[in-house]
Design a protein around this ligand. Sequence first.
Ligand SMILES: C[S@@+](CC[C@H](N)C(=O)[O-])C[C@H]1O[C@@H](n2cnc3c(N)ncnc32)[C@H](O)[C@@H]1O
Length: 299
Amino acid sequence: MQSIATEIIQHLPRNNEARRLFHGRGRALPGYQDLLIDSYGSLIWVTLFAERDDDWLQQLAELLQTLLPQATTIAVRRRDLPHDRPVLLCGELPDKPLAHEAGLNYQLRLTAGQNIGFFIDMAAGRKLVREISAGKKILNLFSYTCSFSVAALAGGARQVVNVDMNRGALQLGRTNHQLNNLDLRKVSFLPHEIFRSLSRLRKLGPFDLIICDPPFAQGKNFTAETHWPKLVARLASLLAPAGEVIACLNAPQMSATDLRSIFAENLPNLQEACCLTAGADFPEADPERGLTIQHYIRI
Ligand SMILES: C[S@@+](CC[C@H](N)C(=O)[O-])C[C@H]1O[C@@H](n2cnc3c(N)ncnc32)[C@H](O)[C@@H]1O
C-alpha cells in the first residue's frame, strides 16, 4: 500500500477538480497495471482490471480515507467483467455525480455501460479544443457524451456537430451542454454510424476543425489498423481550406508514430502543429503507446 500512497500524495485533487490519483494502466508502476483511482469531488472511483481480494480492498479503502478526508464515497468497478456493477467500500453512490474540470461540469453515469460518461485522461485535449475553437464550425466525430463540444462552445465555437452511433451517449451529451448553460441552438447531435453518413456530413461542412476520437476497437464499427486510414482519407472532403484536425489515439497496438504516418500518407497537405499526451498524472512506461493527441493544420 505504501507505493500507492506515495503516488496518490503526488496527485492530490485540487478543490473539487476531477483528477486521476493513481494510474497503473500505463505499466510505469510495477505490480499495479490493473488499478486506476480517480477523484470526483467527494466520490473516489476505483477501477480494477483484475480481481483483488477483500482484505486488499479494505486496506485500500482505509488508505484512501486517510489521504482524502473529503471522500464520502469510495466505489470499485471491475472493468474486466463487462456487466459488473460498482461495489461500495464506503458511503453511497451520489444521485447526480459530476466531474468538474476547468470551470465546466460533466454528468457521470456510474451504473450504465463500461465507461462512466467522462474520459478523465482527455483533459489536455479539451483544453486544446477550448483554446482554438473561437468562431469555428466544428465536427466532433465519435463524440460520445460530447465533452469536446462542451469545451469548444465554452471557448466560443460558432457551431458544433456531434456524431456518435450511441444515442444514449448523445443524450447525456445534451445534458452536459444544459449543465453548463451553453446555447443548444449552436449544437447538433447526430446518432449516425460515421462511415455510412459521410455524404450527409459533407453537406453540413466544410468544417474549420474536425475532432477524431475513435475507440481503439469496437467490433465491426472501429478497428484502429483498418479504420484510421479510411477515416483520415475521408477528412479532406469535410475540411475547410485552412481547416484543422485533432486526432486522438489510445490504442496499444498502434503508436503515435503510426498515426503520424497515416496522416502523412492519406492527407499530405496537413502539417502537425503539436502533439500532446494525457500529462503527468498518467505515467506511461512507453509514451508512444499511451494517449496521443495530434493537432494538424491544413497548409
Ligand atoms: C473513445 S469514445 C469517444 C470519447 C469522446 N470523444 C470524449 O471525449 O468523451 C468512442 C465513441 O465512438 C463511438 N463509435 C465507435 N465506432 C463508431 C462508428 N463507426 N460510428 C459512430 N460512432 C462510433 C462509440 O459509440 C463511442 O461513443
